[in-house]
Design a protein around this ligand. Sequence first.
Ligand code: 3PG
Ligand code: MG
Length: 394
Amino acid sequence: MELRTVDRADVRGRRILVRNDFNVPLDDDGDVTDDLRVRASVPTLRWLVEHGAKVVSCSHLGRPKGGRDDRYSLAPVVPVLAGHLGRDVRFVDDVVGDEAQRAARDLGEGQVLLLQNLRFEPGEEKNDPAFADRLASLGELYVDDAFGAAHRAHASVVGVAERLPPYAGFLLNKEVKELSRLLEGPDRPFVAILGGSKVSDKLAVLDNLLGRLDSLLVGGGMCFTFLAAQGDEIGDSLFEPDQVDSVRELLARAEREGRRVLLPTDVVVADDFREDAEHRTVPADAIEKGWRSLDIGPETARAFGAAIAAARTVFWNGPMGVFEWPPFAAGTKAVAEAVASSDAYTVVGGGDSAAALAQLGLADEIDHLSTGGGASLEMLEGKTLPGVAVIPPA
Ligand code: 3PG
Ligand code: MG
């Protein structure tokens, strides 16, 4: 599946409203700690400036509650974007007011303006028509390159696309193309590794992927609902009791259809949820009360590594444990290394997995590192994303 991309448009001398996803993590000093999303937006923005467009870029950052909140200002993104683009980026501390209108009017060919956080305006998330009108008035064409926000039917994603001729940026198109490859006849064996804390976030993806998979590897906090569903003692590990029935059904279906499900056989447990808690490796089916698992164990990591090495298509989403804390990082590191060194077609989605790869210097070894967390999961659930539906096909 491919979309009508911006290189089909005549952009010279025209104001182009670009929706980017610059929702990046910031540290306590307000500095950008992971610039993947900014770097990924450069090809489209560079193409636009090189073709003489006047670029009005907009994004959300974080979840301010429909009003101004300086902690979520997009200002820290400006120098990062300018650095990667090798151009000045103007910034206006306004979204659709007079200042923004003036700044957009003043743009010359090849210049780039970034608006303030879209979510400072209550109309953004509600897709309010009056807000969408004002936002659309800043451009003559619309380019959506915000794959990470494509599952949100917000004004900057769908409202403006109904008001201006819509095109996909290169990032949006690439994300849709690569992720749909996983659903449309992937090379087999196809192995998916899922982690992260909540199984409830992943069941719809599991349901849609299971019928295409050869092996499903489950780690992270979510695996304990699987282990509990088969009667294991999980101690104080994360557990979603209301998901047990769905997990049992999934396991039964996997069995019927001959899909291999690999659950941890050993885990690293801690006596508290703390980086410096006492910890040790134990069998995964006998975790004592008072102990909670914060990582998969070495035997599990080896088994997962072997399954990944035998695959021809790999999808990974979600860490295997609390990898931010060194005593519980080994499982995620082992999976990251196995995925990075695999000869298979590899796709990784979700901010945590991407951050783990970046930390290990392995991000470049992945065939497709998705900039979407929720958006990539919803695509793999088989849903049509609102932000994709509004762009005509190629
Ligand atoms: C993300 O980080 O998943 C996207 O930028 C969307 O952000 P949201 O979940 O706050 O809508
Ligand atoms: Mg999110």
